[in-house]
Design a protein around this ligand. Structure first.
Ligand code: FE
Length: 288
């Protein structure tokens, strides 16, 4: 297969915001600048050592019509929902929750102090799946496949495929790729990203550079992507990334675009305004 290198289409700095009962976050999708990146609806990074920034958590709230993905880097998050399910997410663990027709849940820090670090990603569902029964994939940290190459490149495969390793999460409509990649300074890696996928990278430690086909800085040269910046990938089927001066750790997330109208109101994401009104009514009348 011919390699077509993906370049960076555009870079968006994450914007400080607050959500839930007052949790401080950095948002990069679901902002005035980038409403969505089909099929992704929202990306929040939490990264703080100050308990005041996270302790209020996310008390009971509903979701309908999409999926929420929580990926923990540091800290503990307890989740409980109205189906009776619950548990604690630990560092390196992931929860891929398909809200479908509706769920009410809470996401609360399970600690009084210390570091809280991770991501929440919202993934859209196609119309055919928006009213499906809710389901979860809760993946323990030990169950996320991880590979370290001789050159020190470490990749955790949350979803999709890398070096022949299948990710922990499967059976998701958008056929996602979700990798956590840690690059030593100056070391590069080629990452296949299916040509029909839209996606982004988001460094959360250090920085990375995007390289040309031949792994050099020739031509357009590398594009530097700094910590807490979202870089939207252009077309192609491979991305070549190199660790910056202090190395770089980032998530790469990609998925098949859905190409359907998006009607969005808070925690409800449907195709039409009528479906949103129905969601509000169903929630208010206790049908979730
Ligand atoms: Fe939630």
């Amino acid at each position: 297969m011919t390699q077509r290198r993906r370049k960076i289409h555009r870079i968006y700095p994450a914007i400080p915001t607050s959500e839930g009962a007052g949790v401080r976050l950095k948002r990069s999708i679901g902002t005035p600048e980038l409403d969505n990146l089909d099929p992704f609806l929202l990306l929040d990074q939490f990264d703080t050592e100050n308990a005041d920034d996270y302790i209020a958590g996310f008390p009971d709230h509903p979701h309908r019509g999409f999926e929420t993905v929580t990926y923990m880097i540091a800290g503990l998050m307890r989740h409980e929902d109205n189906t009776g399910a619950g548990g604690v997410l630990r560092p390196g663990g992931v929860q891929w929750m398909t809200a479908g027709r509706g769920i009410v849940h809470s996401e609360m820090p399970e600690q009084q102090d210390g570091q809280m670090k991770g991501f929440q990603l919202w993934v859209n569902l196609p119309a055919a799946d928006k009213m499906a029964p809710p389901r979860y994939q809760n993946i323990e940290p030990e169950d996320v496949p991880e590979t370290t190459r001789d050159d020190g490149v470490t990749v955790r495969v949350v979803a999709g495929k890398f070096d022949g390793i299948d990710g922990a999460v499967g059976e998701i409509a958008i056929d996602p790729v979700f990798l956590d990649v840690d690059l030593p300074a100056g070391v590069s890696v080629e990452i296949p990203v299916p040509a029909d996928h839209a996606g982004f990278i988001y460094p959360f430690e250090g920085s990375v550079e995007i390289l040309d086909e031949d792994g050099t800085e020739a031509g357009a040269g590398p594009v530097v992507v700094a910590d807490s910046h979202l870089a939207v990938l252009g077309g192609g089927n491979v991305l070549i990334v190199r660790g910056g001066a202090d190395g770089g750790r980032f998530i790469l997330v990609a998925g098949q675009p859905i190409h359907e109208p998006i009607a969005r109101y808070g925690p409800f994401v449907m195709n039409t305004r009528e479906e949103i009104a129905q969601a509000v009514q169903d929630f208010q009348s206790g049908k979730f």
